[in-house]
Design a protein around this ligand. Structure first.
Ligand code: SAM
Ligand code: GLN
Length: 293
């Protein structure tokens, strides 16, 4: 006799648990929901629905992939970020909730500028386009956002997201190595980035799901700080007077990143701010250059 939704969820959650997966029940629900075309809530209203043989075959295949610790987002081909559905592929980092803090910080500051000011933002290292597209949509067309990435494959995904989420003319993509993707002399109100920041040593110890992501999106060199050195030193050339640089940082990187900023001439009481996440860990660094003495 064919198994029901309830039975399959229980068996699968148990299997995932044994594989060391962090959220076994949730993952089982997401995968079964994909096969049946049902939301997680709908799964519960269809709890006694038996699966047809082709559905069961498809579900078994997804469970097998997840059992090998392939990220759920890659299996589903999507991940929610700031309440919107982003397409993700193996060429892109899976957007993280941590990065919503960077977006919230940037939005808060952008909204403080006078309403008639033309706002220009750059998202350096855009991946799926999560930061750029969210900022553009949340600013309701008030900000023009330029998004860059060195990976043409990641930019292709970001373009899909721009179309899917109808970000229209307010987001432009440019391929290239950090600021080299921008036009010389171009100035921005806000430069935003979630660059790769994992150290070479930490790379080897990452959970299998994170190791499945492109190392190009994760590895920040020997000490994890390579991208901050370049971003902090080069950003002032691309910032308008009164503009700011805001970057996501790793939980241990608050002090080293602040030190890099001091060395680059960001000084004065309000020039460097480290914002913490809900667990109290440093998560975002914001820098303004107009306090230089
Ligand atoms: N912004 C996305 C997010 O927050 O989900 C993706 C961030 S991911 C940590 C870093 C991205 O930087 C990857 O998409 C990678 O391709 C890109 N990248 C790596 N090296 C780069 C470089 N030298 N110049 C521009 N982009 C780079
Ligand atoms: N937050 C990611 C992780 O720790 C790292 C992303 C990044 O390097 N920017 O898995």
């Amino acid at each position: 006799m064919s198994r029901t939704v309830t039975e399959l969820l229980a068996i699968t959650a148990d299997f995932f648990q044994k594989k060391g997966i962090e959220s076994p029940r949730l993952d089982a629900e997401l995968l079964l929901g994909k096969v049946l075309g049902l939301s997680r809530i709908q799964l519960y209203t269809h709890f006694d629905q038996p699966l047809q043989e082709p559905e069961l075959d498809e579900f078994r295949e997804l469970v097998r992939r997840r059992g090998k610790r392939e990220p759920v987002a890659y299996i589903l081909g999507r991940r929610e970020f700031f309440g919107r559905d982003f397409t993700v592929t193996r060429d892109t980092l899976v957007p993280r909730p941590d990065t919503e803090i960077l977006v919230e910080t940037a939005l808060g500051r952008l909204k403080e500028y006078p309403p008639d000011k033309v706002l220009k933002a750059a998202d350096i290292c855009t991946g799926t386009g999560a930061i750029a597209i969210t900022v553009a949509l949340e600013m309701k067309g008030r900000a023009q956002v330029t998004a860059t990435d060195i990976s043409p494959k990641a930019l292709a995904v970001a373009r899909i997201n721009k179309e899917k989420l109808a970000a229209g003319e307010s987001v432009t993509f440019r391929p290239g190595d950090l600021f080299q993707a921008l036009k010389p002399g171009e100035k921005f109100t806000a430069i935003l980035s979630n660059p790769p920041y994992i150290s070479e040593e930490e790379m080897a110890a990452l959970p299998p799901e994170v190791q499945a992501e492109p190392s190009l999106a994760l590895c920040g060199g020997r000490d994890g700080l390579d991208f901050y050195r370049r971003l902090i030193n080069e950003a002032p050339e691309y910032l308008e007077p009164g503009g700011f640089l805001a970057m996501e940082i790793g939980s241990e990187q608050g002090e080293p990143v602040a030190e890099l900023a001091r060395q680059a001439g960001f000084c004065g009481p309000a020039a460097i701010e480290i914002i913490r996440d809900l667990s109290g860990h440093p998560r975002v660094a914001v820098m303004k250059k107009d306090y230089e003495y």
